[in-house]
Write a protein that binds this ligand. Structure first.
Ligand SMILES: [Fe+2]
Ligand SMILES: [Fe+2]
Length: 302
């Protein structure tokens, strides 16, 4: 028997990190055919998520030390592994995709760096005795904010894996978004469970949804406007929300009414994310995703 065959099998992780890779060399800027605005709004994810999801990881690397339930601790570690891979995958679109097509995201990324590294960092008002004393409190507030944002990522993820209106879009970009969306559903309970475990109240949940909703709207709006201004082929001439509403009616973006209902569900006292998203569709997609299949094949022992 070979040495490799004698080695014990690694236990299967419930939230595995799939080491996906994407090749964007043939992906057109308007990867949703003839829909520059829908393409740009979704392209905002490639600049927003690397900064935002690495921030999730930094916050959770601190929060995991306070988790006393071993099962939840393992879930939080799985969440960190998956979010780090999401950030890397979207970041990998920067040079071979956005920059190659002449989109320079620097003005936006500088503001994101300020938001996630300074304003939402460990010591937003500077490092001093007070900021050290408030560290645990401040960490728990950020965990509450992440739980609210993760409700959106689950809802948006569910839309991207179930809509049929993007089936003729660029297959590489679609696979990136669908693999990411499916993993958002796979780990949809972790942020909420962590928030509750660390003492997050119903009032805190409401408060952070009231902060997360306009914050995400502003980030999507400013990011997509920055890209559309650099693309003469866009026909952008109206407010961001009315543009989203029009694209949502054609199912080229998540319909606004559905997103609004999802926000309201978060305010129901008995809310739990386990009843959000279609986990069967998500798991089926993760089995058939070309990038996830390549990652699984590479992970097999030779
Ligand atoms: Fe993610
Ligand atoms: Fe997530």
């Amino acid at each position: 028997m070979s040495k490799k065959a004698q080695q014990p099998q690694e236990p299967q992780q419930r939230l595995p990190q799939r080491k996906v890779r994407f090749d964007f060399k043939d992906t057109p800027l308007h990867w949703v055919p003839n829909e520059p605005e829908a393409s740009h709004i979704m392209n905002t994810l490639h600049i927003l998520l690397p900064a935002g999801e690495f921030w999730f990881c930094r916050v959770y690397n601190q929060a995991v030390k306070q988790v006393t339930d071993p099962e939840l601790r393992e879930e939080v570690r799985g969440f960190i592994r998956q979010e780090a891979q999401h950030a890397r995958a979207h970041d990998s679109a920067l040079t071979p995709y956005l920059l190659r097509h002449g989109i320079d995201p620097k003005p936006y990324t500088q503001r994101l760096d300020w938001l996630f590294e300074k304003a939402l960092g460990d010591h937003p008002l500077g490092e001093n005795a007070l900021s050290h004393w408030l560290q645990t409190w401040w960490l728990r507030q950020r965990v509450g904010l992440i739980a609210a944002v993760e409700h959106f990522t689950c809802v948006l993820g569910d839309w991207i894996i179930t809509t049929r209106s993007l089936d003729d879009a660029d297959p590489v970009m679609l696979d990136l978004l669908r693999w990411h969306g499916a993993e958002e559903i796979e780990h949809r309970c972790v942020a909420h469970d962590l928030h509750v475990h660390l003492g997050g109240s119903l009032l805190a949940r409401w408060l952070y949804m009231l902060i997360a909703t306009p914050m995400l709207m502003f980030l999507f709006s400013s990011g997509s406007q920055m890209m559309m201004r650099q693309d003469p082929r866009t026909r952008y001439s109206r407010g961001f929300l009315s543009l989203w509403a029009a694209l949502g009616k054609r199912d080229l973006l998540p319909p606004l009414a559905g997103v609004g209902r999802a926000v309201l569900r978060y305010f129901v006292p008995s809310f739990h994310p386990r009843s959000e998203g279609n986990i069967a569709v998500a798991e089926a997609y993760l089995q058939q995703s070309p990038a996830a299949q390549r990652a699984a094949a590479q992970a097999l022992p030779s």
